[in-house]
Design a protein around this ligand. Sequence first.
Ligand SMILES: NC(=O)c1ccc[n+]([C@@H]2O[C@H](COP(=O)([O-])OP(=O)(O)OC[C@H]3O[C@@H](n4cnc5c(N)ncnc54)[C@H](OP(=O)(O)O)[C@@H]3O)[C@@H](O)[C@H]2O)c1
Length: 223
Amino acid sequence: MTTIGIIGAGTVGSQIARAAIANGYSVVIANSRGPHTLGRLIAELGPSARAATAAEAAAAGDFAVIAAPLTLANTMPVEELAGKIVLDTNNYTLYRDGHFAVIDSGEKTIHELRQEQLPTSRVATAFTVIRATILLHRGRPAGASDRLALPVSSDFPEAVELVTRLNDQFGYDTVDGGPLSESWRFGPGTPAWRRADGTTYGGQGREDLVRNLKAAIRARQEP
Ligand SMILES: NC(=O)c1ccc[n+]([C@@H]2O[C@H](COP(=O)([O-])OP(=O)(O)OC[C@H]3O[C@@H](n4cnc5c(N)ncnc54)[C@H](OP(=O)(O)O)[C@@H]3O)[C@@H](O)[C@H]2O)c1
């Protein structure tokens, strides 16, 4: 059985854990406050899940998910994530994280910063444009007319492959959004991230996603 180490047990981390277990994975999941605070979630997830520290979750995973915001002071377990594919769900969120100058200037994307913080891992974006609360139930079989597509960016083809496979298992198509330097194309505020009706990230079909990635205009933030 493949084990996913999930760092972050909030809205996104817990939903990915539910979807992963529903698809035959086991998960080792962590938050920042310690495994003793995750009893209720583990009881709900059942025997395929256990709570751990972030370092233990990273070490236990065949691959890992970081479902926690990036902070400029790196708090991720770099050594335990070394050599692994790491899926990053994070979105650059000003009201929560404040301004990061290299992102505001357009020099870097938030996911390039994650890759820099994990130089011995292979980072890919995952599940960044879908609201976590619909992730589990909005999946559809391959070929369904209303199947949504999710973008992935990575500098490593094997990480793109892994995300594509996982998306497919969860019921989503995948569109390769190119290297991490291009991941701004589906960051907050872009057409790919917004719903057609203007509300935030509900997802879109493959053709719309391809069109939306092309239509993205890179915003420069005022510091
Ligand atoms: N919510 C969505 O629908 C959605 C969709 C797509 C992407 N995202 C992105 O996904 C990420 C997670 O979002 P969320 O809504 O799940 O946030 P959340 O509910 O606030 O959960 C964040 C989780 O990360 C944990 N955490 C933070 N720093 C950590 C650290 N250093 N080590 C271990 N765990 C740490 C927190 O632990 P504690 O609770 O113990 O502090 C919490 O369990 C964010 O970056 C967000 O931008 C969110």
